[in-house]
Write a protein that binds this ligand. Structure first.
Ligand code: SF4
Ligand code: SF4
Ligand code: FES
Length: 366
């Protein structure tokens, strides 16, 4: 039976000592989990080692830790895989999850962060009017749309990995926002617009996510929290046109308009458009927008100094050589009566090609 070494971050608040590292050797079959290794340490070497766990089958969501720096469920991580990915092929490094206070050893305070944020998004249905005599009838497609967010087991692994939360602990965060989409996407809910306004106006809400993909990468249930956040944004901007004070609407509109026109990002226009609800004129004339523009000048100056942007490039932004292709995609998508949502969680057959070729492209040889 192979031997593995676990290097565990220990912390006991009652001892009055700072956190420290401790190594333990364990003997386990390669297909066993990191959690099995930790439980073997508890059984055979040190019963005081604290870890929260229950199902040992990636269902209860209680054994979230960081293994070699990456947030994961300990019961869902093979010990041999963890050893292969350990720094320098040495000890498997096991730490408590990030972005949450440590209570003891590998146990973090989920109430203080994760559950508090879930409560923040009102995690229950708010139907309008009298309930029907029998059950609510919901279209199957609507339920398919929210199935992915319903798969969450509230392990907090995405919360631990979230880079925005590291910078802004007030950010509502990936798990709670995925939960919010579960109700925003449910046709039985009567507060969709109010929920979206609330999440768009909150400076720590849907526009605080930086699209780093970390939550998608670590989630053991493929909830893809970032995709749920993007769905919330699409609903807020595309369906309800919520012009929020965080400039989320303006940024998205400015960004897509620029890409439609130039095919690549015209950085010099993005800021004024973002501050002007997507409009270049409003962004340069409306007092509130001008004030924000002036406040951003030091950032623009730093970009110039670092060579990220040149005055020539800022003023004469070139179009993408094959800009026609980009416009064609916009035209095809905008000609649809309903917005197409690609829910990658539900795998199925694609229908006919969604992007129709232009007549002159059909005629040209391939
Ligand atoms: S994609 Fe957004 S929510 Fe997900 S981890 Fe990154 S910043 Fe956090
Ligand atoms: S979204 Fe995924 S990683 Fe985040 S709490 Fe839910 S199951 Fe865990
Ligand atoms: S012990 Fe239940 S998810 Fe790991």
């Amino acid at each position: 039976m192979p031997d593995y070494t676990l290097k565990v971050r220990r912390f006991d608040p009652d001892s009055g000592e700072a956190a420290y590292w401790q190594e333990f050797g364990v003997g386990l079959d390669p297909e066993r989990s990191v959690l099995d290794g930790i439980l073997q340490v508890k059984d055979d070497q040190d019963g005081s080692l604290a870890i929260r766990c229950s199902c040992r089958a990636a269902i209860c969501g209680s054994c979230g830790v960081r293994i070699n720096g990456k947030s994961a469920l300990a019961c869902n991580t093979r010990i041999s895989d963890a050893a292969a990915r350990s720094p320098g092929g040495g000890s498997i490094v096991v730490e408590p999850m990030g972005n949450m206070p440590v209570l003891k050893d590998l146990v973090v305070d989920m109430d203080a962060v994760h559950w508090k944020k879930v409560q923040r998004v009102v995690p229950w249905l708010l139907p309008e009017g009298d309930p029907p005599e029998r059950e609510y009838i919901v279209p199957a497609e609507a339920m398919i749309d929210v199935t992915q967010s319903m798969a969450c087991i509230h392990c907090g692994v995405c919360v631990s990995a979230c880079l925005s939360l590291e910078v802004d602990p007030e950010f509502i965060g990936p798990a709670a926002l995925a939960k919010a989409y579960r109700f925003v996407g449910d046709p039985r809910d009567g507060q969709t617009e109010e929920r979206l306004k609330d999440l768009a106006e909150d400076p720590h809400g849907i526009y605080d996510c930086t699209h780093c993909f970390a939550c998608i990468e670590v989630c053991p249930k493929d909830v893809a929290p970032m995709s749920q956040i993007m769905r919330l944004r699409r609903r807020a901007t595309g369906d309800y046109e919520i012009k929020d004070s965080n400039n989320g609407y303006g940024h998205e509109k400015g960004f897509t308009d620029i890409i439609e026109k130039w095919g690549t990002l015209h950085e010099a226009q993005l800021l004024p458009r973002s501050f002007g609800d997507g409009s270049m004129i409003k962004g340069q004339t409306e007092p509130g927008a001008v004030k924000q523009l002036v406040e951003s000048l030091p950032t623009a100056a730093r970009g110039l100094k670092a060579g990220k942007i040149s005055p020539r490039k800022a003023l004469l932004h070139p179009k993408l050589p094959d800009q026609k292709q980009v416009r064609r995609i916009f035209k095809t998508i905008e000609s649809k009566e309903e917005r197409l949502e690609l829910n990658l969680y539900i795998v199925g057959e694609l229908g006919e090609a969604e992007v129709e070729p232009e007549p002159d492209e059909e005629a040209s040889p391939s």
